[in-house]
Write a protein that binds this ligand. Structure first.
Ligand code: ADE
Length: 221
């Protein structure tokens, strides 16, 4: 899988080259490239933004460098083109698993007051939001989407861990325990030490249902 990220701040993406996503890159499962939009501007002062037509606060990203960058990175229009924006469709685990099936993803990060609408229309971007709040730019949102979708790509996680946790079955995750069996007087629930797989599965399901009912009753509807 190839993920191209168009941004004015490519250095912000260093964290994706660490930990599990970094390991997936080194294993050749995914190629993540953060491309500087500024490289594509034809403005002689390297400007990529300007004041909004109609007035108002802030600056708007100009269409030319974005459209040229998209055409350079995805000349045949093969990539799923996503623009990170608080007005987009809300990103969920279901969307992440759907995106994990793509071979090519191109993510555009906005900054300032947004992007000239013509760049979005010409390139056919779909808009994706990571939640009902406004970030200073799309970079963190692009990292959230990249990290969450890579967990569903074969070989990125150890087998099964993506489908046994919060949300995969519509429930929040059951509590986990590891050694020692007693810590500061608190013992691990007896059933987990029993080796009885059926009882352990039953206990975990019950705990998941209880936690979901308490914290996120909306998920049970
Ligand atoms: N850019 C700014 N805020 C955002 C959000 N909530 N989701 C996606 N992109 C954004």
């Amino acid at each position: 899988m190839k993920i191209d990220i168009l941004t004015l701040f490519p250095e912000m993406f260093a964290p994706l080259h660490q930990s599990i996503t970094g390991r997936a890159e080194r294993a050749g499962i995914v190629e993540i490239r953060a491309e500087d939009i500024r490289k594509y501007t034809k403005d002689r002062h390297f400007k990529c933004d300007d004041v909004p037509y109609g007035g108002g606060a802030g600056m708007v990203m100009t269409p030319q460098p974005i459209v040229d960058a998209v055409r350079a990175l995805d000349p045949n229009g093969k990539a799923r083109r996503i623009y990170m924006s608080p007005r987009g469709r809300v990103f969920t685990g279901k969307v992440a698993s759907e995106l994990a099936r793509e071979d090519n993803i191109l993510i555009l990060c906005g900054h300032y007051e947004g992007v000239d609408q013509r760049a979005l229309d010409i390139c056919g971007f779909e808009e994706l939001s990571i939640g009902d709040y406004v970030l200073t730019g799309g970079e963190l949102a692009a990292m959230v989407v990249t990290d969450a979708l890579l967990r569903f790509v074969d070989g990125v996680l150890s087998d099964g861990s993506a489908d046994e946790e919060s949300f995969s079955d519509g429930l929040l995750e059951y509590p986990q325990y590891t050694r020692p069996a007693v810590f500061e007087g608190l013992a691990v629930p007896e059933v987990l030490l029993s080796g009885h797989h059926e009882n352990i599965a039953k206990w975990r399901k019950l705990q998941a249902e209880k936690i979901t009912a308490e914290r996120r009753p909306d998920l049970l509807k």
